[in-house]
Design a protein around this ligand. Structure first.
Ligand code: PNW
Length: 466
């Protein structure tokens, strides 16, 4: 049976990037360091000693990049604003030169008929705020809301779709728990405090955005909700899955959508933080301010078991024996969903995407966006310069089919943003891993659309997978 995968009218066909991963120009226009500048310049933190100093030089090449987007027929583009470009110290007034860059980018997008979706925070905290304590400190949430107001006042006349945070799980637990992301701190209590202050920052920012933007503005958050699956139906594996769902997912969705932290999460982590001191009166009301859309970033499912049940099995904990990013669930063992993996070692399983979208639809009842989905592979560059990435095409096709199945099952999915538009700085992996549908030659910075980009353009033009 041939299934025709179609998408609703007005479905946003997008691609995504983030400021530090593509912009470069880290000292231009008044920009000062973020925690990722500090981290990438610390020996041993990023593969190959790579930094975002130049990245793919999008800051100087954005007009070419928008032209490439238009050639692909993208109807939407998700990018992030660099906080230290707009408000270098994380306090005080906005820097006009920083805002001018984003005004020019957005105008270029609009002239090409591409709808901008601006993310306020994709991990580049101004270093000065980290030096004052970073996300484990409550004040950072208020600083984030002030920055959100500045950005909305300056760009609200041309950007109507906004997301607050990208993947606060990564910011809190990779940044302050396992330390594999900036700022590289490794204290489980600080990671939990960071999670609460990211939640608070989100809620305060939603308030600031609502106050500054027209009533038609669409507000969202992007979460990397883990599609958690127990390795077996053994009660200990179910308990492992419950713990990971608590500290991986419900720690964000609980306060944001239900105005509460679940009792089991509080109990699992009670030995690490005093929640009643961390969470002030009124915080949960602030965090649960209504938003318009929920963004999901999906790459692979998360299969877990108890440590005991993993004794004789290969484990894939992803933190290489270093500090755990899972406070209160340090003993949980992780497994590959299957052996068919990307260049990141991440198993390919699109059912996690359809399952997550349907579960989110049922639990939150909000319109949804896939704000990131994509894969790293080792692409083949032919002598004629063409770049072939059939595995990426297959990955995206199968995941778009999963989105279409979720829509058929009732989920109100409004768009899909492929990660990523361009090969770019892949955080702790540097430039070694390539996620782009457009190849970047890191010697010349020349852009070449890969075969996956041509395929995606066809899908967009037809509006169906065929
Ligand atoms: C996301 N993990 O990062 C980010 O939003 C992107 O900036 C990034 O380039 C992309 O996915 C690919 O990695 C993640 O360890 C990084 O679970 C790490 C994890 C998840 C997402």
């Amino acid at each position: 049976m041939t299934v025709s995968h179609t998408f609703p009218a007005g479905f946003a066909w997008g691609a995504a990037t983030a400021a530090y991963q593509i912009e470069g120009a880290v000292t231009e226009g008044g920009r000062t360091p973020s925690i990722w500048d500090t981290f990438s310049h610390t020996p041993g933190k990023v593969a190959g000693g790579d930094t975002g100093d130049t990245a793919v030089d999008h800051y100087h090449r954005f007009r070419e990049d928008v032209r490439l987007m238009a050639e692909l027929g993208l109807t939407a583009y998700r990018f992030s604003l660099s906080w230290p470009r707009i408000q270098p110290t994380g306090r005080g007034p906005a820097v006009e030169r920083g805002l001018d860059f984003y005004r020019a980018l957005v105008d270029e997008l609009l002239e090409h008929g591409i709808t901008p979706l601006a993310t306020l925070y994709h991990w580049d905290l101004p270093q000065e705020l980290e030096s004052a304590g970073g996300w484990p400190v409550r004040d950072t949430a208020y600083r984030f809301a002030d920055y959100a107001a500045l950005a909305a006042e300056a760009l609200g006349d041309r950007v109507s779709s906004w997301t607050t945070l990208n993947e606060p799980w990564c910011s809190a637990f990779l940044g302050y728990g396992s330390g594999v992301h900036a700022p590289g701190r490794t204290d489980p209590a600080d990671a939990l405090k960071a999670a609460h202050h990211l939640n608070l920052g989100h809620g305060l920012a939603v308030g600031a955005l609502r106050a500054a933007l027209p009533r038609t503005a669409q507000l969202a958050v992007s979460l990397n909700l883990h599609a958690v699956r127990p390795h077996s139906s053994h009660p200990d594996d179910l308990e492992a899955a419950r713990r990971i769902d608590a500290v991986g997912n419900r720690i964000f969705t609980g306060p944001m959508f239900h105005g509460r932290y679940d009792e089991d999460l509080l109990a699992d982590t009670a030995h690490l933080v005093k929640w009643d001191e961390l969470v002030h009166d009124g915080d949960l009301a602030e965090i649960s301010r209504p938003i318009d859309l929920l963004g999901l970033n999906y790459y692979n499912p998360t299969v877990v078991s108890s440590a005991e049940n993993a004794k004789d099995l290969p484990r894939h904990d992803g933190h290489g024996g270093g500090p755990s990013p899972w406070p209160g669930a340090e003993d949980v063992a992780f497994h590959l969903a299957n052996d068919n993996v990307t260049a990141m070692g991440w198993p390919i399983d699109p059912t996690g995407l359809s399952d997550s979208l349907l579960a989110m639809h049922r639990e939150f009842g909000l319109p949804l966006l896939v704000t990131e989905n994509g894969a790293a592979f080792e692409d083949t560059v032919s002598p004629d310069g063409s770049v072939h990435d059939p595995e990426r095409t297959a990955y995206v096709r199968d995941h778009l089919a999963a989105v279409s199945e979720a829509i058929a099952g009732g989920a109100d999915v409004r768009g899909y943003f492929l990660w990523s538009l361009l090969d770019n700085f892949e955080w702790a992996y540097g430039y070694e891993k390539r996620f782009g549908i457009i190849h970047v030659d890191y010697d010349t910075l020349a852009r070449t659309p890969k075969t996956s980009a041509r395929w995606y353009a066809d899908v967009i033009r037809r509006g169906t997978l065929g």
